[in-house]
Design a protein around this ligand. Structure first.
Ligand SMILES: [Zn+2]
Length: 275
């Protein structure tokens, strides 16, 4: 298997062209994926193939999509104060599915703590309550987006306090004890499961793409009964292959690992050469 996982941030809007707006990039990229004859499969299907629970053929000539941070532009359209009206990611996916008569799916890795999202809305956005969770359940029910775990509070540097034992913020590398890992990962999984039943959160994406030895070698593999996570994703720029590390799977990030339609096509066709 060889499946590129493409990652977008719906908060990335500083203009209205590909390089400055992940909504513009996503819409263009869906066209590129279609034109290249690639399918879009759910990320959990990639994990099932990786874990030997599904045939590799189920993810052949496919890509998967993931969205990070889970502001509600993943779901809602918005009127941006500088850049004007923007189609939310969900609307972009639905339009593409209708036009191309194809199945689409993406996984939203959300920041779970309501208090953290409220403070992030004021410190990273402009305080218009654009980081709510009212869309999680409808998104999960529609089957267009899976809502998964991007930690309790991202250990984000703009928060007054995070669930890190001695106040080291701004890096997920600091989550290196059982107590901190449980507060960031298991607590977030519990919260998601309580709200999204019968869905069970089972995928994790490292905030800032930062894994560490404790999480990869100890917490994730040896405490599965508590956190129930089946695979964790970082941001190493590579496709997911059968030999990829289960607790730090690679993903490509828009704006970081590709910056134009041409660059994405190169990334996807280089992969295709080895299928
Ligand atoms: Zn993030």
């Amino acid at each position: 298997m060889r499946v590129p996982v493409l990652t977008y941030h719906s908060n990335n809007i500083s203009g209205n062209d590909y390089a400055s707006n992940d909504h513009v990039a996503l819409a263009a990229d869906l066209g590129t994926i279609s034109r290249l004859g690639l399918r879009i499969v759910p990320l959990h299907q990639v994990v099932a193939a990786l874990l030997g629970e599904a045939e590799p053929a189920t993810v052949e000539r496919a890509v998967a999509l993931s969205f990070d941070d889970g502001s509600w532009f993943d779901w809602h359209d918005l009127d941006h104060p500088i850049c004007g009206p923007q189609r939310g990611f969900a609307g972009i996916l639905r339009e593409h599915a209708a036009q191309a008569a194809t199945a689409v799916h993406a996984t939203s890795f959300v920041i779970v703590s309501p208090l953290a999202r409220d403070e992030l809305d004021r410190t990273c956005l402009i305080g218009r309550s654009w980081w709510g969770d009212d869309w999680w359940l409808p998104a999960q029910r529609e089957g267009l987006l899976a809502v998964e775990n991007h930690s309790w509070d991202h250990n984000h540097h703009t928060l007054t306090r995070t669930a890190q034992r001695d106040g080291r913020k701004g890096s997920f590398s600091a989550i290196d004890s059982h107590e901190d890992a449980d507060a960031q990962i298991r607590q977030a999984a519990d919260w998601l499961d309580a709200r999204l039943a019968p869905h069970h959160a089972s995928l994790f994406a490292y905030p800032y793409g930062q894994a560490n030895d404790y999480l990869v070698r100890e917490y994730f593999p040896h405490h599965t009964a508590q956190h129930r996570v089946r695979a964790a994703f970082g941001t190493e720029p590579a496709p997911v292959e059968s030999i990829s590390p289960r607790w730090n799977l690679p993903r490509y990030v828009c704006g970081q690992h590709w910056r134009s339609g041409v660059e994405l096509e190169r990334l996807l066709t280089q992969g295709a050469g080895r299928w």
